[in-house]
Design a protein around this ligand. Structure first.
Ligand SMILES: [Zn+2]
Length: 269
């Protein structure tokens, strides 16, 4: 005999979904890093075009080569944008599909018009302004700009020192490895924001949800906004409870892995 009520069953389903999402988000980080690293291939081709028979690049050709980094920066931006767009779409779909399957499993009505819902979530996430005053595309521009600056420094030094193209490629790899934490931070922040936004927007279109409950991320630091929001009773609804219209719970801080669950209307308990 299962003695859990529907609220407990749904809490259980949401917790499993959030564990599943954490796995997906790890794969998304690896995917974004791999996509953005594709630029190393483009860069290697470019360097071999500039190299002489001895495998080095003459100083006289340096300014022309560095100008070509415009194109490289553009490619990083393209790869990054395509990767982030699909990460946001997949995170939203992962949440809405899982949640509505869960609602159906406890006999509550699922939200109709899923395609439209997923599209609205995507629009919100790509257009939202973060604490940094930037939207997602600005953050991808900043990332590609930073990478270009670092590439430019490495190439300039290596050409002046007369290093071979193969050494330059190894050094470029090191630059990329040092930058991957930025890609990781972006994917964790945006992916989890898409997941929480999807949870909240799905709730606002459902008539079985009375509130969203905040669950802090694993870090559990008192200075983390998600830890504070989990304890705060902002609406007199109880600690950690929020209406879906409170956008602060969509994105509580950078790199937040906190998640939201549904408080069920008593008719469905
Ligand atoms: Zn957090």
């Amino acid at each position: 005999m299962n003695t859990m009520n529907n609220q407990q069953k749904l809490d259980d389903i949401f917790k499993k979904l959030s564990v599943g999402y954490k796995k997906l988000n790890k794969e998304q980080i690896a995917f974004a890093i791999k996509e953005i690293s594709r630029v190393r291939g483009d860069l290697a081709d470019m360097l071999s075009d500039y190299a002489g028979k001895d495998g080095t690049i003459q100083k006289q050709r340096m300014s022309r080569l560095l100008r070509e980094l415009d194109e490289v920066e553009d490619l990083i931006r393209q790869y990054g944008t395509t990767a982030m767009d699909s990460i946001i779409r997949d995170s939203a779909a992962c949440a809405t599909t899982g949640i509505n399957t869960g609602l159906a499993a406890i006999g509550a009505k699922a939200v109709a018009q899923m395609e439209r819902l997923n599209r609205d979530i995507f629009e919100y996430v790509v257009k939202r302004f973060g604490e940094d005053g930037l939207v997602l595309s600005d953050r991808v521009w900043r990332l590609s700009g930073d990478m270009r600056d670092n590439l430019s420094k490495v190439l300039r030094t290596d050409i002046l020192k007369g290093e071979s193209v193969s050494t330059m490629i190894a050094n470029i790899r090191r630059v990329h490895d040092n930058e991957t934490w930025k890609i990781k931070r972006l994917v964790v922040t945006e992916g989890n924001t898409a997941y929480r936004t999807a949870t909240a927007m799905n709730a606002s279109r459902s008539d079985v949800v009375t509130a969203l409950r905040v669950h802090r991320g694993v870090a559990n630091r008192p200075e983390h906004r998600c830890t504070q929001l989990e304890q705060l009773d902002r609406y007199g609804m109880g600690a950690g409870l929020y209406p879906p219209s409170d956008h602060e719970i969509y994105n509580m801080h950078v790199s937040c892995t906190g998640f939201l669950t549904y408080e069920l209307d008593e008719r469905y308990l």
